[in-house]
Design a protein around this ligand. Sequence first.
Ligand SMILES: [Fe+2]
Length: 347
Amino acid sequence: MTPVTLEFRALDTADFGVLVEIEATPPAMAIDTFASAPEQVRSRFNDAGGLMVVRGLDALAHTPEQLVRISELFGPEVENYRSTLTSARFFHDDVPEIIVLSNRPPCNHPPPPPPDPALTETGALPVQFPHQQNWHTDQSYRRPPPDITLLFGVTTPPPDQGQTLFADCTAAYAALDPDMKDRVGRLTGIHAPGWIGRTPDDVRAGVEPKTLLAHQQPQHHPLVRLHPVTGRPALYICEEKQMDFVDGPIKGLSTGPDGDGAALLRDLLRHATRPEFTYIHQWSPGDLVIGDNRCLLHAATWYDADRHERLMWRTTVMGNPGAEYAGQTKSWIPPAGYAPMHGMEDA
Ligand SMILES: [Fe+2]
């Protein structure tokens, strides 16, 4: 066996993000190589704005528990999804720290709709909201929200489908004019999962919001978060299906899908997802993509789910959400005798 040195280089199709390619024999040694340099990996990740693409870790597909080991490089706690607000159909059979995202049973996770138009005038994939939908940061309906998401491609559609888009919300914030920075810096977003009757479509259809236990309530987060490692400010927003349009989406502004809060949210989403702030990840099996939820938005794109299987494993790391959340207990812990998803079993 030959020792392998990690080499990092900037992504060549974005202004943020770092690429690591590891070639090791036997392939499982690539996992040891990556795991052997935790401080180097973390500093490169933070320096690159919280996005890292790793190629060469294909062996993870046969050793899912090793994905947990890799995840531990990025923070003090790798979440057990069975104790979070997550539907049971996403649970991995053997590793509770892995959520399974697949269009096949029992998960049956459908692809998002195709963008409209399907391609831009120059033939590129539209990335900007609202042409591209589904922009979010993971599980922002909890407090503290998670820090970092690791996404491993086990089975992936062709590279021109089922991409994952990332938007650099640090750069997007920096590009706002001073008046807007001042305005958003004083505002709070109200985040909610899509299954509790608080989406724009729910409000327009007159759906009665679900009765919630205390640990299932929408959560408030500042529209601008300071990154706990870099100290840099970043927009912290989500698209419509993960914000509360009954009491929000922005505290203190008029509510609902046609209110001032919705208008500001859409303006910010349009701004943050401009092509100059985004990266398109075209998947190959064995890719591991690591994204910082504290300073990035991401979105999955459409793929032909009748023709192609998409099987992704995801882990989430928490434990360093920043001063805003200092000393707070986990909002999603249910009262004794209740499951986290009590009353939401059909979600
Ligand atoms: Fe996500």
